[in-house]
Design a protein around this ligand. Structure first.
Ligand SMILES: [Zn+2]
Length: 297
């Protein structure tokens, strides 16, 4: 999940400095500003255009995905796979942004922008790359969550009333979603194995999407914090505040995701604390790589 630490940022590290053949030429500051502003507008335009095109594709994919719901069996695999081309396009668009930045940063260098402009514009590349991913994840998780809810509606009646195999006495209502459960008969004591069946088992696996959808805001805050942390060339300069933001949004994300998932699949509740601790241990390990984090009390 925290793959950003190993990802070499090509970030806003383009060297600033006068271009070749500039000696002796002393451009008007106003003219330079105009040129820089025009390059920046062009860059903003590229980002807006890519995001718009990707949003249109996502809308179409989501509509096609929902259209499959009616014919959905118990396997969400085909539905999930129907998002693969859109995910592929996400990576294409991210490369498009990256390539555009390589050109834009060359143009900017030549235009000798004021201090800080290069960094600011370079951060837009990381920001746009992150937002494209969030656009995708938001739509994909919501579509899968809708599919999971449909599975539940369709299959939860299947285990609603069960009777003892031995004496036909109705068995007490038991939540059976992710795994088979042996239920003793209140009358004769014989055990009857209640199996959730493939529909509810599939729902149990997909309930995570419902949890993730509920935690989407925290997820996005976490990913944006990561992207901003990535934007620092020097890890030591990352503000402690930003690291705290990563920690708190990650905690909120995991807490909400796991809580909602366990509401959907009560059998999972007993594992929740351990899962949350495990997830936060990973976050803490990442944060401890920053001296700012280690130094705080
Ligand atoms: Zn019985």
């Amino acid at each position: 999940m925290f793959k950003w630490l190993s990802r070499k940022s090509r970030g806003p590290s383009v060297e600033e400095g006068p271009g070749e053949g500039d000696s002796g030429r002393d451009p008007e500051p106003a003219a330079t500003t105009g040129e820089v502003a025009s390059i920046v507008r062009r860059w903003d335009g590229v980002i807006a255009d890519v995001r718009q095109r990707f949003r249109s594709l996502i809308e179409k994919t989501a509509a096609a995905s929902d259209a499959q719901l009616a014919a959905l069996g118990t396997d969400l695999g085909p539905l999930s796979r129907s998002w693969s081309p859109t995910q592929h396009q996400l990576h294409q668009h991210q490369e498009e942004i990256s390539d555009a930045w390589n050109q834009i940063s060359d143009l900017l260098s030549e235009a000798e922008p004021p201090e800080g402009v290069m960094d600011r514009e370079g951060q837009k590349r990381d920001g746009a790359t992150c937002e494209l991913e969030l656009d995708y994840e938001r739509a994909y998780r919501a579509a899968m969550a809708r599919a999971a809810e449909r599975l539940k509606q369709q299959w939860q009646g299947a285990t609603a009333e069960r009777r003892c195999l031995s004496c036909n006495t109705p068995l007490p209502a038991v939540v059976v979603i992710s795994q088979a459960v042996n239920v003793p008969c209140p009358s004769c004591g014989a055990m009857t194995l209640l199996d959730p069946g493939p529909g509810l088992r599939s729902f149990a696996a997909a309930a995570l999407f419902i949890g993730q959808r509920s935690a989407q805001t925290a997820w996005e805050a976490m990913r944006r914090a990561e992207a901003r942390i990535n934007g620092y060339r020097d890890r030591r300069e990352v503000p402690l505040e930003l690291l705290r933001e990563l920690e708190s949004s990650a905690r909120e994300y995991w807490t909400t995701t796991l809580t909602v998932e366990a509401e959907q699949v009560p059998e999972l509740a007993k594992h929740m604390t351990a899962k949350l601790e495990g997830a936060m241990k990973g976050v803490e390990k990442t944060l401890r790589q920053f001296w700012q984090w280690r130094q705080q009390g």
